[in-house]
Write a protein that binds this ligand. Structure first.
Ligand code: 5GP
Ligand code: MN
Length: 373
């Protein structure tokens, strides 16, 4: 199947779809899905803009709201993770993932899905050590601190992803795993982005937890964004497998923000999103580790009598499969939970952040699996 990949979308969804349709005509190809590595900006209205960590001059409605309101229909099945510029209040409605608009699916804080036999995992946000061990304590309306910490990666999601034992085809992260720069054309990267030089030398460019996940999960492909440049690398593993890493630039004219590639899939299956049984079971098995407090939330370690490895057994997976009536297809259960912006409305000067709301998609999944929201 043909996968299109973009780096930071920065709300330019309409332009990205246009570029994909242009490419389809020019190359005489059919693109099946779009993968987006964060800074997607799912702002439905002006209130959502207020929940995004950017200076006020960047409060721009862009084009996501059209796909949310139904004014436009996404021409491609689109999968996204979150970055550090998001309508965080809206993404927080879907901690375990869900449809942010028809045909546009968010993977959650972390998530794993299958599309026609291609297993795609993702981790939203960026790494900042100071918030890594905190719970998900942020609730809108956010103060300035919470508006930033809300998109910082937490140890719970990394711990959960580390339990996966089945092979991953594609992994999506917003910031790059640390050290990938050692396995590509580092000199060219530094020529293009001289201000990365010190961070690369100090081995701090990117995300340490992402590096741990890369060496642990050894996915076939790892795609990232955030640093606003194209960079490719081939990362070898101990067992002689390799991960192909690719980061793309942000969506701007004449920038290298889009790449199409062929990924082998199961041709007998439809191109539709399915839940991943190993992932759902891991969510359930680690449900008790969820914290919504800002205090330190330790993950279990290999000492003491308690269980610390949550890689699901076959029996545990069967239990979860039965909870879902043996049906792993993701339901088409998108619903609007806020009033969308209307094209042509006068720009309001004054608006406030919204209160949190329960998204029926999350309620439904939590009920089916008996998870905490
Ligand atoms: P954003 O679009 O997410 O606000 O910011 C991305 C920009 O921040 C990139 O262009 C990149 O140059 C810069 N940046 C992000 N993380 C790092 C980092 O760890 N080190 C350096 N030197 N720059 C970074
Ligand atoms: Mn970013």
């Amino acid at each position: 199947m043909k996968i299109a990949l973009v780096g930071c979308a920065h709300g330019e969804l309409e332009n990205i779809y246009d570029a994909m349709e242009c490419l389809e005509k020019k190359e005489n190809i059919k693109i099946d899905i779009l993968l987006c590595c964060g800074d997607f900006q799912t702002s439905r209205n002006e209130q959502d803009l207020k929940c995004m960590a950017v200076p006020e001059k960047y409060y721009n409605m862009c084009s996501f709201y059209k796909y949310y309101s139904g004014e436009s229909v996404a021409p491609f099945l689109t999968i996204l993770i979150g970055g550090n510029h998001e309508a965080s209040n809206y993404l927080q409605e879907l901690p375990y993932g869900g449809w942010v608009a028809p045909k546009i699916y968010y993977l959650g804080y972390a998530g794993v899905i299958n599309i026609a036999g291609v297993r795609i995992a993702g981790l939203s946000g960026i790494y900042k050590a100071k918030d890594y061990t905190k719970g998900h304590f942020e609730v809108p309306p956010y103060d300035d601190g919470a508006k930033r910490s809300v998109y910082h990666v937490r140890n719970l999601e990394v711990f959960r992803l580390k339990q996966l034992s089945q092979p991953i085809d594609i992994f999506l992260s917003h910031d790059w795993p640390t050290h990938v720069t050692d396995y590509g054309n580092k000199e060219q990267l530094i020529r293009f982005k001289p201000h990365f030089k010190d961070d690369i030398a100090a081995k701090v460019l990117g995300s340490k937890p992402c590096e741990e996940l890369l060496t642990h999960l050894k996915p076939k492909y790892w795609f990232s964004a955030h640093l606003h440049c194209k960079f490719a690398a081939l990362i070898p593993h101990d067992d002689e497998t390799v991960t192909k890493f690719l980061a793309l630039d942000k969506c701007l004219p004449k920038r290298r923000f889009l790449q199409v590639m062929d990924i082998p899939h199961n041709e007998n299956e439809e191109i539709k999103i399915k839940y991943d049984l190993e992932w759902l079971t891991t969510l359930l098995l680690t449900n008790h580790l969820l914290s919504v407090k800002s205090t330190t939330n330790y993950m279990p370690g290999p000492f003491g009598n308690q269980r610390y490895c949550f890689t699901p057994t076959e029996e545990e997976k069967t239990l979860v499969l039965n909870k879902l009536n043996k049906d792993l297809s993701v339901p088409d259960n998108f619903v609007q939970t806020s009033v969308p912006y209307e094209t042509g409305s006068p720009k309001k000067k004054c608006y406030s952040q919204p209160e949190p709301i329960q998204n029926p998609q999350t309620v439904d999944l939590c009920e089916k699996l008996s998870l905490d929201d």
